[in-house]
Design a protein around this ligand. Structure first.
Ligand code: DX5
Ligand code: ZN
Length: 239
């Protein structure tokens, strides 16, 4: 199977779907002057996939990057890419991001007028459709769409910046989504993003998180491989 950008989705199936909890490094705090080298270092360090934070300066205060950078990462990377869209009206640009090389497109429920239709659009483009919710958004907001989600991303910080403190409200939400998933026998993956560290990775894995985004805990570490391995090991022990 190939994505709309023409690259193989096999790594997604083999690495993200068959392992236990995995850490997805977020590029937000990396050295963008040496982007390809950073991607290579993260892959060599064992990253199962990479998490790309697209911010438009309106949905969140910060402005980061868009399709051009996603395409550049796609050219440099072999692993799957998750594109986390923190933008107004994401439905206008999801096709472009899928074409740019996103294997997973993550959209915020707070920014959508018709979440179900947007998730279907993402799936129709051949990408995995993930729905994100911010710390103040209750899980009830995503529940009507869970049958159309490949993943649910529980934000454990306010979207907008790397390096923030973990908000424990995410633990209750992960646990309650894990319970709903069991009840409905649903297949969506549980994901978490924000404030992940050696202290918080165990609790989120215990609460059910499988795709665990880590920005500063990896990028600010001296040794990416050591940071990823340690986080994944702590997550596996707790899961
Ligand atoms: C925040 C972003 C996160 C961020 C995570 O809006 O969605 O992906 O990069 O960074 P840390 O792990 O430092 O909180
Ligand atoms: Zn993110």
């Amino acid at each position: 199977m190939t994505s709309p950008a023409g690259h193989s989705l096999d790594p997604l199936a083999t690495r993200l779907e068959t392992r236990g909890p995995v850490v997805l490094p977020a590029l937000l705090l990396c050295d963008f002057g040496h982007l390809a080298r950073e991607v290579e270092r993260l892959e060599e360090a064992g990253a199962a996939a990479l998490h790309l934070d697209v911010m438009d300066g309106r949905f969140v205060p910060q402005l980061t990057y868009g399709m051009v950078v996603v395409e550049a990462v796609r050219r440099a990377a072999k692993v799957p890419l998750e594109v986390h869209l923190m933008v107004e009206r994401p439905e206008r640009s999801i096709a472009d991001y899928a074409r740019a090389g996103a294997d997973i497109v993550t959209v915020h429920v707070e920014g959508l007028t018709d979440p179900g239709a947007t998730l279907e659009t993402i799936a129709g483009l051949g990408a995995k459709a993930h729905l994100a919710l911010s710390p103040d958004t209750p899980v009830e907001r995503v529940e009507p769409y869970l049958d159309r989600c490949d993943g649910v991303l529980v934000m454990s910080v306010e979207p907008g910046y790397g390096g923030q403190r973990f908000n424990p409200v995410a633990l209750e939400k992960l646990s309650s989504l894990a319970a709903v998933r069991r009840q409905r026998n649903a297949g969506f993956r549980l994901c978490v993003d924000g404030g992940i560290s050696t202290e918080t990775v165990g609790p989120v894995a215990a609460a059910g998180a499988e795709l665990i985004v880590a920005g500063s805990a990896v990028i600010r570490a001296q040794n990416y491989a050591h940071a990823i391995t340690e986080l994944e090991q702590l997550a596996r022990e707790a899961a």
